[in-house]
Design a binder for this molecule. Structure first.
Ligand code: DOR
Ligand code: ZN
Length: 381
């Protein structure tokens, strides 16, 4: 495999400068129409595989990540079977270690908490289904255990007691957050609330929990998303007013992390009578964030903090200089058919976005986007 060295304009330590990255190899020069950014880190993806391989696989999910400039992911445990044992947790991590990107895994909440002692996960994912199945008492014991083991509990924070006839109102999120605030003071566990939909959640969690927001809750709402099943996601899209206030919370620095909740299903499932919840966005998430930079809503520092620095710290990653992505500074139109994972559709179809990922470097290799594939080169000789 050819070895290459990259030269171009990069965002380094808060400012833009020309850099050279790589060994003593052939140099590829990028003009100032390109920008080298630290590799993106997505703490919330669903790579499926196993019993759900028809929706997506670890390999397919990694392609989506590389196409989106993402060098590391935190995968969710709601696979088939759900990853709730130390054995499954270790098996999945072994499989993830073979991928071209850095793979981390959030463990599912087991009924038998001794599984946590054996697995010693860095993070534990708790779903509304877990709260419904085991009760808040069990969640509290899990948080105590998590505090003991030094892990962080990631909450999909909606109290299922508020679900009614398939409707998941904002009150479900608010009630869950209040419950968590109490559990935090009782257990001292480290808490992260994922895919928050309400600006109030970002506000009230300051000081005791970290939060992330998804691209779909920032860009889509019950009025501008009319694609039926394609717009179905949990927690649900909110009103335009709430969405705009969530964006304002992001701009004012109340949000720690940007994460996709990339959740592949088949197009047949999503267009059926009873579509499963989930939106795919790994391939376009960075461009959606850079679009906010282009519009002057966020700074480049915000983009790097939200989708690279803070999530890397959250996953405990040491991001080397060889973990980066190169974007072409141009506008382009989103087309699901160009996605590289199995999920090739999005309710953001035909949106104009800014910043096109042309290459992603991870683990000493650089993956140049070449149509439906990658042209891979070594960065080190
Ligand atoms: O929309 C969602 N999709 N929300 C979830 O909590 C699960 C996810 C999935 O796995 O499809
Ligand atoms: Zn999810």
């Amino acid at each position: 495999m050819d070895c290459v060295k990259i030269e171009g304009r990069a965002y380094v330590a808060g400012s833009l400068k020309r850099v050279k990255i790589g060994g003593s190899c052939k140099t590829i020069q990028f003009s100032d129409k390109y920008l080298i950014l630290p590799g993106m880190v997505d703490i919330h993806v669903h790579f499926r595989d196993w019993g759900l391989a028809y929706k997506e696989t670890l390999a397919g999910g990694s392609m989506s990540a590389l196409a989106g400039g993402v060098v590391a992911v935190g995968d969710m445990p709601n696979t088939k079977p759900h990853i709730k044992t130390a054995e499954l947790y270790a098996k999945r991590l072994r499989e993830g270690a073979e991928l071209p990107i850095v793979y981390r895994l959030h463990m599912g909440l087991p009924e038998d908490l001794t599984q946590l002692e054996i697995a010693k996960p860095h993070t534990l994912k708790i779903y509304p289904e877990d709260i419904a199945a085991y009760g808040w008492g069990h969640v509290k014991r899990a948080l105590e255990k998590c505090a003991e083991l030094g892990c962080t509990a990631i909450f999909h924070c909606e109290d299922p007691a508020f679900f009614k006839n398939g409707v998941r109102p904002p009150e479900a999120e608010l009630a869950c957050v209040e419950k968590l605030r109490r559990l935090k003071s009782e257990t001292g566990s480290s808490i992260h609330i994922t895919h928050v939909t309400l600006p109030q959640t970002a506000e009230v969690s300051r000081g005791w929990a970290t939060v992330d927001v998804t691209p779909h809750h920032l860009y889509l709402d019950g009025e501008n998303c009319r694609e039926g099943g394609l717009c179905r996601v949990n927690p649900p899209l909110r009103t335009p007013e709430v969405r705009k206030k969530l964006l304002a919370a992001l701009v004012s620095g109340l949000v720690d992390i940007y994460a996709t909740d990339h959740a592949p299903h088949t197009i047949e499932e999503k267009t059926s009578e009873n579509p499963p919840p989930g939106i795919c966005s790994l391939e376009i998430a960075l461009s959606l964030l850079l679009t906010l930079w282009r519009r002057g809503v966020l700074s480049l520092g915000d983009v790097v903090r939200l989708y690279s620095k803070r999530p890397a710290r959250f996953l405990g990653l040491d991001m080397g200089l060889d973990m980066f992505t190169i974007v072409k500074l141009e506008e382009w139109e989103v087309r699901g058919v160009d996605f590289l994972g199995k999920c090739k559709f999005t309710p953001l179809e035909r949106r104009r976005v800014f910043g096109r990922v042309v290459a992603t470097a991870v683990g000493g290799k650089i993956y140049f986007r070449d149509g439906a594939n990658f042209d891979v080169r070594n960065l080190q000789p």
